[in-house]
Design a protein around this ligand. Structure first.
Ligand SMILES: C[S@@+](CC[C@H](N)C(=O)[O-])C[C@H]1O[C@@H](n2cnc3c(N)ncnc32)[C@H](O)[C@@H]1O
Length: 404
């Protein structure tokens, strides 16, 4: 697990593969809401569309299952002093609160933060929906969580009433109640759980043009309250990276993850503008030169992920099958070589037949003419169809591809 790194992929998989338990101080997530395709598919690339379809296989319960599985894994990543903020809205927040109580325990619930804003919406037979809800839980139930009290200005009414002097009642040395006077205004009132912060308007300087981008002012509060300098902040649905950019600006370390390579490209630039040096990308589509330098196992994993397949549970040397296509479970073989020839095609043919499949994919850096001829012969003899793809050509498309 590396800090100041962006991970490309489904966060469930990224957590299992790369994250260390009890290592993160603050997790903020703003998952796609259970709303509609129009609002949920933001970057529009293949990985994100797939993630969207995943959540929509069923009804609300399916979404809750999908999100709860991820939040439960995130809980394990938090240090004992750590906290998580889960950003939701009216679609699922009430259901998810129940799930979060189950995952964290009631005692770890800290706040239901209401982020309220103004915006114009069409008249309807109900009140306008003008807030999101952020569920704040600590990893520990015993008040061990890092927390710095934030302050907000006193209201004008309070200031008028106090006429510059704040009086509050406290217990005196002789155990009687006494009135104490403070000068008003040094720090302000302790911050409450209702946060009026404007949504990003069309001209906002920080705006990058994505509809779900959250204001930095919102993230500042969570990060300042729940972390110390140098703490590690993670956002596993990072979108265009607001939480990470704020963490960077506040001198915190960070980890980001998103299923969309397009999103991560935007985040990388944003973080560099915010002063981050050497933003590392893991699992991101690579250049051909980088592919050639990868270790064989990393190369194989990378290519299988890139075509959105699933890894073979067995070691590749055993049976010549490195992974399977997602839907039909057709075998995939990955070759980090330029001249994949007839013998390799024949071995793969046997491997496909052993699995009683009708089709298989060979992904290599290059194939010889006899390899193509052999694949054609096998098909003519009513054997399995062997489809050969040059990995460079898949990568050149710039985004992960799906082979069905
Ligand atoms: C609502 S946006 C986050 C916006 C972000 N808070 C911001 O301010 O820009 C949700 C993001 O979750 C990503 N996403 C959806 N499913 C995912 C998954 N399974 N793993 C990782 N990221 C996912 C989407 O690609 C999208 O960028």
């Amino acid at each position: 697990m590396s800090e100041n790194t962006l991970y490309c992929g489904d966060n469930l998989d990224i957590i299992a593969r790369y994250m260390r338990p009890e290592s993160i101080d603050l997790i903020y997530i703003d998952p796609p809401f259970f709303s509609s395709r129009q609002y949920e598919v933001i970057f529009g690339d293949a990985q994100e569309r797939r993630a969207f379809e995943d959540r929509w296989k069923g009804e609300r319960y399916h979404y809750l299952e999908w999100l709860s599985a991820r939040v439960a894994k995130m809980r394990e990543l938090l240090r004992p002093t750590g906290s998580i903020y889960v950003h939701l809205d009216w679609h699922v927040v009430h259901y998810m609160k129940v799930e979060m109580d189950r995952i964290f325990g009631n005692d770890c619930f800290r706040n239901e933060i209401v982020w309220c804003y103004r915006r114009w919406s069409a008249a309807a037979k109900q009140f306008q929906r003008l807030h999101d809800t952020i569920l704040f839980y600590s990893r520990s139930s015993q008040g061990m969580n890092t927390f710095h009290v934030l302050h907000e200005p006193y209201t004008e009414g309070t200031l008028r009433r106090w006429k510059g002097i704040k009086r509050h009642t406290t217990i005196g040395p002789d155990k009687t109640l006494i009135q104490v006077e403070d000068t008003v205004g040094v720090k302000g009132a302790n911050m409450g759980d209702v946060w009026p912060i404007s949504i990003l308007n069309a001209n906002a300087k920080e705006r990058l043009g994505y509809p779900t981008q959250k204001p930095e002012a919102l993230l500042q509060r969570m990060i300042q309250a729940s972390t110390d300098q140098d703490a590690l902040v993670a956002d596993f649905f990072c979108g265009c990276g607001t939480a990470l950019a704020v963490a960077q600006k506040l001198g915190r370390r960070w980890i980001g993850c998103d299923v969309s390579p397009t999103a991560l490209r935007i985040v990388k630039e944003r973080l560099e503008r915010a002063g981050a040096h050497k933003v590392a990308m893991v699992n991101y589509p690579r250049s051909e030169g980088e592919l050639r330098l990868m270790k064989p196992f990393e190369f194989q994993n990378y290519v299988i992920n890139f075509v959105q397949g699933v890894q073979s549970p067995r070691f590749s040397g055993d049976f010549g099958i490195d992974g399977y296509t997602l839907f039909h479970r057709f075998p995939i073989q990955v070759k980090q070589q330029d001249h994949v020839g007839r013998p390799e095609v024949q071995k793969f043919d046997s491997a496909i037949r052993r699995e009683h499949k009708t089709k298989g994919y060979m992904l290599g850096l290059g194939f010889t003419r006899p390899a193509y001829d052999e694949a054609a012969r096998i098909k003519m003899d009513k054997g399995p169809e062997i489809v050969m793809h040059k990995i460079q050509e898949l990568i050149a498309a710039g985004e992960p591809v799906e082979i069905l």
